[in-house]
Design a protein around this ligand. Structure first.
Ligand code: URA
Length: 211
């Protein structure tokens, strides 16, 4: 079976910041700031192989050919609500990116995703699409988001998370084998409520201070 490529980004700054995020006592403002900083660093890795093309440039001294990103602006997809935290940091790095939003909530009994919102650029089929959700847990929401984007024509997709559970990785690799995965860490397991262990708790609640 062909499996999606899995990139584990072990940059020491990311690992250090992630540990601060895991701590129960880290306050909301710091958690938010750390996620933004890590997102920028993850964004750097996720985009490291983007194609370039040369364009003519006049510097104050001479004419030359210099590289710029090839093709249309990429799309960052925020899986609401925790995806917002990752997308904001990636936008610091790629400010002209287009943004799509997918609202999915997890039914607490079935653990299955239920869609309540979708808005994306119409020409998503011709753009690189980077889907962001800090927590890749069961993988069901991520897989549903990727399926929805594929239905709309997207076929150049990447998925980025902060933390992943082995179950979520296996699920995405099974259902979306052509989508490369990027994460900063793979934790031990999921608990009976679908939370990543040891993880960092509910990323949305910690990001928005709702608990
Ligand atoms: N979503 C979260 O916010 N945390 C988890 O551990 C799993 C899913």
């Amino acid at each position: 079976m062909v499996k999606s490529a899995l990139h584990i980004i072990k940059h020491p700054l990311i690992q250090h910041k992630l540990t601060q995020m895991r701590r129960r006592e880290t306050p909301t403002a710091e958690f938010r700031q750390l996620l933004r900083e890590i997102a920028l660093l993850l964004g750097y890795e996720v985009t490291r192989d983007l194609e370039l093309e040369n364009v003519p440039v006049d510097t104050p001294l001479a004419h030359c050919e210099a590289p710029v990103l090839k093709g249309k602006k990429l799309v960052l997809v925020s899986i609401l609500r925790a995806g917002e935290g990752l997308v904001q940091g990636m936008l610091d790095l790629i400010p002209s990116a287009r943004i799509a939003h997918i609202g999915l909530y997890r039914d607490h009994e079935t653990l299955q995703p239920v869609e309540y919102y979708f808005k994306a650029p119409e020409d998503i089929a011709s753009r690189l699409v980077i889907v962001a959700d800090p927590m890749l847990a069961t993988g069901h929401s991520a897989a549903a988001a990727l399926s929805k984007l594929k239905e709309r024509g997207a076929d150049n997709l990447r998925f980025v998370s902060l933390l992943a559970a082995p179950e979520g990785i296996a699920y995405l690799q099974k259902h979306h084998a052509n989508v490369p995965l990027y994460t900063a860490a793979i934790d031990e397991k999921l608990d009976e409520n679908g939370y990543i262990v040891p993880g960092l708790g509910d990323a949305g609640d910690r990001l928005f201070g709702t608990k």
